[in-house]
Design a protein around this ligand. Structure first.
Ligand code: PMP
Length: 406
């Protein structure tokens, strides 16, 4: 075992060693966007210094270098997901666009009365695209209920799954609660009804490595910027047979085989879904982020993350009036909370004054806020580079704020 030296790891992330408001930065907003290791910055810099050109043009050496780097990153993603083929790895702008590509692509299969199952804990990115498609096709979007602990209500799932269900679209991990949903058995059940399945893995992949062969989902989506890579790029994994049948999302260059005014035909996978010049340096950066993660001792890293969550849970009672939303049996290190007598956004500002970055608001999950009867929460979301000391600082900060402002 390589073990896990968090101080050494922190040195790989230049942004972490700075002061904010006169205090050492404690970055606990990783669920919104994670920081980037030097290896990612270097890979993108080197790409622009030595390789940049447009891809897939093949006319000169730089074009070949750029194409090799770009397609190499696609292969890195394929291996990360254990997908069968790079034909199944589509670059998108992020999770949001990936889900929109799928919703748009499945629309021709939907008709009046068909049902799309989502859950009450989804991010808006996994609700609104389905609502837009439902509007176009006459299908209905139906939410699976959530328990007060913040887990999917399996009775609700079982009672809603039926012959009318066409699509099941679920968060692999909740961005608000950190709940890891038991997606594999749900997918298996859905398949008995011929239902197509999509997972929103934006909050899953930063914490554990998924396996497409084991999960059995039809579509899997995530964003690079939450996986320690750059913004502006993300991934749609889709089963090749389904991608073959789906209409393209956007038209333009790259995505065609032949264009004429009589008849235009589509390019092969994955290019059919990649109209226009792609985010080349960003793909290279994401590849470097995955290489960086692959070099870590993953079991040790996951154990270190669980230790952060345990420490946080131990400290919760030390702050009077602090309430945690959800308490799932299986979760990643994310805590959503309210503090009695203080608005979440004031809480965020007061913590920021102590150098502690968290997120406040509805977290793009308004239905879940409604379920818990709160307008918003404060959320601390941890990454493997956070330390137990930072957990202690968060709670020391909360204790101080509780004493002085409530
Ligand atoms: N789904 C979940 C669960 C998320 O947490 C987020 C990001 N907050 C998204 C989707 C959307 O990701 P992006 O904004 O990168 O497209």
């Amino acid at each position: 075992a390589k073990g896990f030296d968090v101080q050494a790891i922190r040195r790989d992330f230049p942004i972490l060693s700075q002061e904010v408001n006169g205090k050492p930065l404690v970055y606990l907003d990783n669920g919104a966007s994670a920081q980037k290791p030097q290896a990612v910055l270097d890979a993108m810099d080197r790409y622009y210094r030595e390789m940049h050109s447009n891809v897939h043009r093949g006319a000169h050496t730089l074009g070949d270098r750029a194409t090799t780097a770009f397609e190499g990153a696609r292969e890195t993603v394929r291996r990360f997901l254990n997908a069968g083929s790079t034909r199944e790895i589509i670059w998108t702008r992020g999770t949001t666009e990936a889900i929109n590509v799928v919703a748009n692509g499945l629309a021709p299969r939907l008709k009046e009365g068909d049902e799309i199952l989502v859950s009450h804990m989804e991010h808006h990115a996994n609700i609104v695209p389905w609502q837009m498609i439902a509007e176009r096709t006459g299908a209905k979007v139906i939410p699976i209920q959530v328990t007060p602990e913040g887990e999917l209500d399996l009775d609700s799932f079982n009672s809603l799954l039926n012959e009318r269900t066409r699509i099941l679209a679920l968060a692999h991990v909740s961005n608000v609660l950190g709940t890891v949903n038991p997606v594999a058995p749900l997918i298996e059940q859905a398949k008995k009804f011929g239902v197509l399945t999509l997972l929103d893995a934006a909050q899953a992949v930063p914490h554990f490595q998924p396996n497409m062969q084991e999960l059995g989902c039809d579509f899997y989506t995530f964003s690079s910027h939450k996986l320690f890579g750059p913004t502006g790029i993300g991934v749609l994994y889709g089963r090749a047979e389904l991608l073959e049948e789906m209409p393209p999302y956007q038209g333009g260059g790259e995505m065609i085989e032949r264009v004429s005014f009589e008849r235009t035909t589509w390019n092969v996978l994955p290019y059919k879904f990649e109209a226009g010049t792609p985010a080349i340096a960003e793909a290279v950066g994401l590849g470097a982020a995955i290489d960086y993660l692959n070099a870590l001792d993953r079991p040790a890293m996951e154990a270190a993350e669980m230790a952060l969550l345990e420490r946080a849970n131990e400290l919760v009672p030390s702050v009077p009036g602090l309430k945690i939303l959800g308490n799932a049996a299986r979760k990643v290190p994310v805590l959503s909370f309210t503090l009695e007598g203080l608005h979440p956004s004031d809480l965020g500002t007061l913590l920021d004054q102590q150098g502690i970055a968290i997120r406040t608001g509805h977290h793009c999950a308004m239905p879940l806020m409604d379920f818990y009867g709160v307008p918003g929460t404060a959320r601390a979301s941890f990454a493997f580079y956070n330390t137990l000391d930072e957990v202690d600082q968060l709670f020391a900060g909360l204790q101080k704020i509780q004493r002085l402002f409530t």
